[in-house]
Design a protein around this ligand. Structure first.
Ligand code: FES
Length: 372
């Protein structure tokens, strides 16, 4: 591999020691290649993390404790992160929620559920070992308490939706639960529930924290468990003062839609994130192909009109960066120089150039030129 020479740095930059000097003369990818031989998480500017612990969290979920390198900029409880791993020569990236509050030792926790057919979730749950290094994106997501946690709260979690809400519960507990918090947590079966012992212990320690587990497919219930899907009868039974509560809801798209319809009109505030895309009920012009020109490489590809550009371009053999694949994390975004696209969830058409088109949730409706 050849080192690429770079312009000589200013005098001040040259005086910062051997590492700075080395980095001034070597291209970032070359630096990363050789640095990783000295230490697995050394890199020029890429956030990387080493797995330092793993714990089974439920029948099909594992919590990985990660030690990030110095390029990681930290997070707020309730945010997500992209993890990337190379599997059989293919780099795969997906978004996962950070499940712990920020820790004094700087380590971060993600809780990963094994999704049927999900190659990365299977790898992280079954194959990843202590000492392995993963690519780490910077944290993103709006379901935080950036403006403070005043007032009473209601958290509604379904399935993997518990993970960002657990980070918020732990952050609240770290401050001795300063305001009332009730968590309603849905799963199909008891053995799919995560963090049960910790949540029960917190509810015993703090009278202002209540937790209710709601199971949809369990025949016999124990103390603290309920049955049934989200509905007004269950909500009014478990939460008498909804009008005073700020509500956070997280789970599959259908669950979040139900929560929004039932709760949002009656609560103090309502914030939600779904980890599956909303149902595609937008009519997108389909049929036939359009030409997508990739400005950087000069290639022109023919892709199906109406299909998500990420899927369409991957179908042509392109290896593109992606994370959530539902329009949240911005990993797939690239510039659009010309042409018209339509957002697959909102139906919005964009005919002007944009600097960050999310390929996973937009389809071409005319020939396009992309900054790729
Ligand atoms: S992959 Fe996350 S926004 Fe497209």
């Amino acid at each position: 591999m050849n080192a690429v020479t770079r312009p000589r740095p200013p005098r001040a930059a040259r005086a910062r020691g051997p590492l700075s000097l080395l980095r001034s003369w070597v291209a970032p990818d070359v630096f990363d290649f050789w640095a990783s031989h000295l230490h697995p998480t050394w890199s020029w500017n890429r956030p990387l993390a080493r797995i330092v612990d793993r714990q089974a969290q439920s029948r099909d979920a594992v919590t990985l404790l990660l030690q990030p390198n110095r390029h990681w900029r930290g997070f707020l409880p309730g945010q997500h992160v992209n993890l990337g791993v190379e599997i059989d020569g293919v780099r795969m990236t997906r978004s996962y929620s950070l499940s712990d509050a920020p820790r004094a030792d700087g380590r971060i926790a993600v809780t990963v559920k094994h999704i049927e057919g999900g190659r990365l979730s299977r790898h992280l749950c079954q194959d990843a070992r202590i000492g392995d290094v993963v690519d780490l994106g910077q944290a993103f997501g709006e379901m935080t308490w950036a403006n403070g946690a005043e007032g009473a709260w209601l958290f509604l979690a379904a399935g993997s939706g518990i993970t960002p809400l657990m980070a918020l519960v732990r952050a609240h507990a770290a401050k001795d639960m300063p305001t009332a918090l009730t968590l309603l947590y849905w799963a199909r079966n008891r053995d799919e529930l995560c963090f049960v012992d910790e949540l029960r212990a917190l509810s015993q320690r703090y009278p202002q924290f209540n937790v209710h587990f709601v199971l949809t497919r369990e025949s016999e219930l124990v103390d603290g468990e309920h049955s049934g899907r989200i509905g007004s009868a269950l909500l009014s039974e478990l939460v008498a003062d909804l009008a005073q509560r700020g509500v956070y809801a997280c789970g599959p798209g259908g669950f979040v839609d139900s929560a929004r319809a039932l709760v949002a009109p009656n609560a103090r505030s309502f914030t939600a994130e779904a980890f599956t895309p909303p149902p595609r009920d937008v009519e997108v012009e389909a049929g036939g192909n359009v030409e997508v020109t990739l400005a950087a490489s000069g290639r022109t590809l023919s892709v199906p009109r109406g299909q998500s550009l990420l899927t369409a371009l991957e179908g042509q053999g392109l290896k593109l960066a992606s994370g959530c694949r539902m329009g949240i994390c911005n990993t797939c975004a690239c510039g659009k120089v010309s042409g018209t696209t339509r957002h697959l969830h909102t139906g919005d058409a964009i005919g002007e150039p944009v600097s960050a088109l999310r390929l996973c949730v937009n389809a071409a409706t005319s020939d396009l030129v992309l900054d790729l």
